[in-house]
Design a protein around this ligand. Structure first.
Ligand SMILES: [Fe+2]
Ligand SMILES: [Fe+2]
Length: 378
């Protein structure tokens, strides 16, 4: 019997990522409505049946797009690892798209009544984090960085940034503690995915404001760690197999500086949770190396030099050294020509990165990534 549904809790799936000549463990739907404004999903293939190559070919001819119901998202994501012929980039594209979808459900609910379903969406994010973890097997940050660079969703700054920070953080922990338990990796991944959760309380114009923020505006942005912590506390307390306390501390402490000059608590050194110190490094690295609408992407080599100058002040020096060596990140040969202004905050949007000590030896264009320069030349 055909199942029909009119709600919008469906997501589209690429045909190449549907198992062929194997049991498909989820139901496949199409949108049968000819009217763009109305959605009417009809099940065309039941879960548990073997889908043949000719079935899929006929779907390709007949239907523009195939869909899976939200309730089967986890099952769908699980099947992705079986595709050895699909590139990591393509898999990552799907997984990242899923994560963006979950995060947008959270971040775009600003006007709704106290986000009553937030707990549900937060739990859903776990499946995305688990899939991201499966896809970060290698320890080469250059590779991960390339992947992240090619899959940037510039229009969704906070979502995209959060996913990148989550990937970097989990890859880093795996590199320095290869036998880390899965629950630890997932907890770190979820904490870093939600590190900027409190930004749902900050007006979007402020988050994306490229001009210098007034003191008052910056104060508002600086509230996001506490706001995020409170939101998480309220909506996500019942998970037994995760380190919920550590997740909360990541959200609250990711802007603490190693020398005690950070916010909101002014914690120092190892008073700051280990995971929060990892996320601070990943947050910084992503903020400067990913192209944003308001500033260019910096090459990882230059980023490492810049970050090195903040080791012991902003970031944990020992952890930073591990980050650098674990991912084989080498700085530039001329380490002295660039420095970030005191008080640089990876959270604050900027038109251009606030750099000082800019010596003439290097041209400004040399500090940005190759991809950026190639685009300029084209
Ligand atoms: Fe933040
Ligand atoms: Fe951040």
């Amino acid at each position: 019997m055909r199942q029909v549904a009119s709600d919008s809790h469906f997501f589209s799936v690429p045909k190449e990522l549907i198992p062929v000549e194997k049991v498909v463990p989820y139901n496949i739907y199409i949108n049968s409505s000819a009217d763009d404004k109305r959605l009417r999903y009809v099940r065309i293939y039941p879960a548990g049946e073997v889908l043949t190559g000719s079935d899929l070919l006929s779907f390709e001819k007949k239907y523009a797009q195939l869909y899976v119901h939200e309730s089967e998202r986890d099952i769908y994501l699980d099947t992705l690892t079986d595709f050895s012929n699909v590139s990591r980039k393509e898999k990552m594209e799907v997984v990242k798209g899923n994560a963006v979808c979950h995060l947008s459900s959270i971040f775009l609910r600003k006007g709704s009544k106290d986000n009553e379903n937030l707990g549900y969406f937060i739990k859903e994010c776990r499946s995305s984090v688990e899939s991201l973890l499966e896809l970060t097997h290698c320890n080469d940050i250059g590779d991960i960085q390339k992947l992240i660079g090619t899959l940037s969703f510039h229009d969704f700054y906070t979502f995209d940034h959060s996913i990148n920070v989550s990937i970097y953080s989990m890859a880093f922990l795996k590199a320095i503690k290869p036998s880390a338990e899965r629950r630890k990796l997932i907890s770190l991944g979820l904490g870093s995915l939600f590190h900027d959760l409190g930004k749902i309380k900050v007006p979007t114009e402020l988050i994306n404001k490229a001009d210098k923020l007034s003191e008052e505006e910056f104060c508002l942005i600086k509230k996001h760690p506490e706001e995020g912590h409170d939101i998480f506390l309220k909506h996500f307390n019942d998970v037994k197999d995760l380190e919920v306390h550590a997740i909360k501390r990541i959200i609250l402490e990711h802007h603490e500086n190693f020398d005690g000059s950070g916010y909101p608590l002014g914690l120092k050194g190892e008073e700051i949770h280990f995971y929060a110190r990892i996320v601070a490094i990943a947050d910084f690295f992503d903020a400067v190396t990913t192209k944003r609408s308001y500033h260019k992407a910096m090459s990882p080599q230059v980023a490492i030099d810049l970050m090195n100058k903040t080791a012991g002040k902003k970031v944990d020096p020992k952890l930073f050294e591990l980050f650098r060596s674990a991912f084989n990140l080498v700085g530039t040969k001329e380490k002295d020509y660039l420095e970030l202004e005191e008080g640089f905050d990876p959270c604050q949007p900027q038109n251009v990165l606030p750099l000082k000590s800019f010596k003439a030896k290097k041209q400004k264009s040399d500090i940005f990534s190759k991809e950026d320069k190639d685009k300029k030349a084209a």
